[in-house]
Write a protein that binds this ligand. Structure first.
Ligand SMILES: Nc1ncnc2c1ncn2[C@@H]1O[C@H](COP(=O)(O)OP(=O)(O)OP(=O)(O)O)[C@@H](O)[C@H]1O
Ligand SMILES: [Mg+2]
Length: 369
């Protein structure tokens, strides 16, 4: 049973450099929380403050209700796994995993059992006699994970533990780590700047930018109801397509006018847009929510610039007003570079953003769920 609360924590490194400007966050018991954000947004700094490797400039950290803000790292009951593994090269795998248990003066037989148990869990049970230099990168990372697991801490911190692995191994490891989490049910915070890793592993995702939090939500929340254009553009491959439109409301009709199309909207479902009459708006549409349709039924028509086959589907790109737009098309629909395609929108999946603030315009249908 472990919860973590960060109450308005911040880190100032001096000379006006803020590693973290403001973090308010609650991690629930057994939760797998992922911190996601671009390089330099403060993810590592946040983790180091939680682990006690960095003092906070402001704020309070509560672990299961206990104030650990000023507690020494070794007394926090928190384990951290780093990007560079940080396994000890001069020790065998066994000794790497057993080290903290010996420090805790655990009886020898119990240590032996705990080491074997954790090593088996991360599939290195047969490598206990080797030194890290005799292991692959992926195996070394497993040692680092086993070492963290062995002490059974209240809280796990993982700072980009998979980013040194090749693409294929990363995907395998993330599934295994999720499986391990489901078995141990240990409260965990996992840092990554890989949005697909974040989406596939997280119970909830925290999107960070410039030392603060932009959005906290389930993978579906951040993907389908991105709080602003930054999140909509950051999450998803390809990212959200943005169309600059002017909203027009008259005669009970709402229309979005774009240089290439006019999109009529049901004024009951999109009532919130009425107040944007005559104003610029940004329409955001996910790649899979722009559909290829016969030209006679199309809302707009574009020329295919590039086709990227993905096996299960294809990404088709076109150019509009100097920007690149990408849509996801079923693999079986035949596409030809230079050919015209008719396009339509999935009307249930449109997002709208205020052009000035770049914030999401909340529709009634979204507020209720
Ligand atoms: N010891 C330090 N002294 C001064 N500035 C620092 C220190 N550590 C980090 N910073 C600054 O704090 C900000 C946040 O850094 P941090 O390492 O937390 O980012 P990050 O989100 O982990 O990035 P990345 O994805 O590249 O690992 C950056 O601007 C960084 O330059
Ligand atoms: Mg970092």
């Amino acid at each position: 049973m472990a919860t973590l609360q960060l109450l308005d924590i911040a880190k100032h490194f001096g000379k006006g450099v803020w590693g973290v400007k403001k973090l308010d966050l609650e991690v629930e018991d057994k939760e797998f929380l992922v911190l996601l954000g671009p390089s330099g947004c403060g993810k590592t700094t946040a983790m180091r403050m939680i682990a006690g490797l960095e003092d906070v400039t402001r704020g309070t950290i509560l672990l299961s209700g206990r104030d650990i803000t000023d507690v020494a790292p070794r007394n926090r009951n928190v384990s951290m796994v780093f990007q560079n593994y940080a396994v000890w090269p001069h020790m065998t795998v066994y000794d790497n995993i057993a080290f903290s248990l010996k420090l805790k003066k655990m009886p020898g037989a119990e240590i032996k059992q705990r080491v074997q148990e954790t090593a088996d869990m991360v599939k290195i049970g047969g490598l206990l006699g080797r030194h890290p230099g005799q292991l692959s990168g992926g195996q070394q990372q497993r040692v680092a994970v086993a070492r963290a697991l062995a002490v059974k801490p209240e809280l796990f911190l993982f700072d980009e533990p998979l980013s040194n692995l090749d693409a294929k191994l990363r995907v395998i490891m993330r599934t295994e780590m999720k499986d391990i989490h489901q078995k141990t049910e240990a409260t965990s915070i996992f840092v990554t700047h890989d949005q697909s890793e974040a989406m596939s592993m997280a119970d909830r995702v925290v999107i960070m930018k410039d030392g603060g939090i932009i959005q906290i939500g389930t993978p579906d929340d951040v993907y389908s109801r991105s709080t602003d254009m930054f999140v909509a553009g950051f999450i998803g491959t390809p990212p959200t397509n943005f169309f600059n439109v002017v909203c027009s409301y008259n005669d009970q009709k709402i229309e979005l006018k774009h240089s290439d199309f006019v999109l009529p909207l049901d004024s009951a479902n999109f009532a919130e847009l009425k107040e944007y009459n005559g104003k610029n708006l940004v329409l955001g549409v996910r790649a899979e929510d722009i559909k290829v349709v016969p030209e006679s039924k199309a809302v707009f028509k574009e020329k295919i610039l590039v086709i990227e086959p993905q096996g299960s589907h294809q990404i088709v790109a076109f150019n509009l007003e100097g920007a690149m737009y990408k849509i996801s098309v079923p693999a079986e629909i035949e596409m030809r570079v230079g050919g015209d395609i008719g396009l339509d929108f999935n009307m249930d999946r449109l997002s709208f953003f205020n052009k000035e603030t770049e914030n999401r315009i909340l529709l009634k249908s979204e507020v209720s769920n």
